[in-house]
Ligand binder design. Structure first.
Ligand code: PMP
Length: 287
């Protein structure tokens, strides 16, 4: 069945949705996005995603096409129209269609940004069997640009990373810069050693994960020790546990890196507990 999607103020059937070939998102990857999970028909961590979107727009001097309240209303309307129980809402804002190709940005007063949203249904998403077995990763060079804190649609290298992982017969890749893990292709990366949860500190070199913020808050509330610092692949191989977080994977255990088993090669106690806490709290706070 065809989905209803949202394009610049209109709810339309996906086959009727249109964006110009001159749109800067298409020509220049000049756009930002957010992915908000839906569980039980409700939005997870919506306020965090809206706040990060605003920051991404500000960093790129791009205008917000609608208010946060309107954004929430559009998300809810799409979830309802598409009868999404579990899944995601994808949102993208680009610098719009200046009517031609030019490196210089158009005047935002003359060229409105493009706003597109669509849903992806994933029934039972929170009960994926992968959470019971964990995922396997490889490490690859992080050759992305230097402003990874802005959530842009420039996802070619993360896509290549996923393909490298696929070619290696594993699930994902961790990106390594100057000997230290930055993050996963589409998630934040963590290790656990001696009860300490270790994850890279925030900066311009990683995306400030909304799930990361929530999970670290829950970990601290549960009296777990959190250390925000870089870690190397060798340290990850010698860790007791590892895991990733993202809006769509929640908390996902990692059981192998570059062919080396982490701990007993099974999801660890802390990752498993954090997944339970996150899902419970996120469902409670869903809107
Ligand atoms: N890092 C990168 C590079 C990502 O693409 C994502 C997912 N958007 C994350 C981290 C996790 O962020 P979030 O928890 O907000 O989904």
């Amino acid at each position: 069945m065809s989905r209803t999607v949202y394009v610049n103020g209109a709810y339309v059937a996906e086959e009727d949705a249109m964006v110009s070939v001159f749109d800067r998102g298409f020509l220049m990857a000049d756009g930002v996005y957010e992915v908000t999970s839906v569980l039980g028909g409700k939005l997870i961590d919506f306020a965090g995603h809206a706040a990060r979107l605003e920051r991404s727009l500000q960093e790129l001097e791009m205008a917000a096409p609608v208010s946060d309240a309107e954004l929430l209303a559009i998300h809810r309307e799409l979830v309802a129209r598409n009868a999404v129980v579990d899944g995601m809402v994808y949102l993208q804002i680009t610098r719009g269609n200046p009517g031609d190709r030019d490196f210089a940005w158009p005047d935002p007063a003359l060229v409105p940004s493009t706003l597109v949203l669509f849903t992806q249904s994933k029934p039972g998403m929170a009960d994926t069997p992968q959470a019971k077995t964990g995922i396997r990763v490889i490490s690859i060079d992080d050759i992305r640009w230097g402003r990874r804190d802005i959530k842009t649609v420039q996802l070619l290298y993360p896509s290549m990373g996923k393909m490298m992982a696929k070619a290696a017969g594993v699930d994902d890749a961790w990106l390594v810069e100057d000997g230290f893990v930055t993050e996963g292709t589409s998630n934040n990366a963590y290790i656990v050693k001696g009860g300490q949860i270790i994850t890279r500190q925030l900066g311009t070199d990683i995306l400030h994960g909304i799930t990361r913020a929530a999970v670290l808050r829950f970990a601290r509330e549960a009296q777990m020790e959190v250390v925000e610092r870089p870690f190397a692949v060798a340290e990850a191989k010698a860790a007791d546990e590892a895991f990733i977080t993202s809006a769509s994977a929640f908390v996902m255990p990692v059981v192998e890196i570059d062919g080396t088993q982490i701990g007993p090669g099974k999801p660890g106690r802390i990752a498993t507990r954090l997944r339970e806490i996150y899902l419970e709290e996120a469902r409670k706070a869903a809107v």
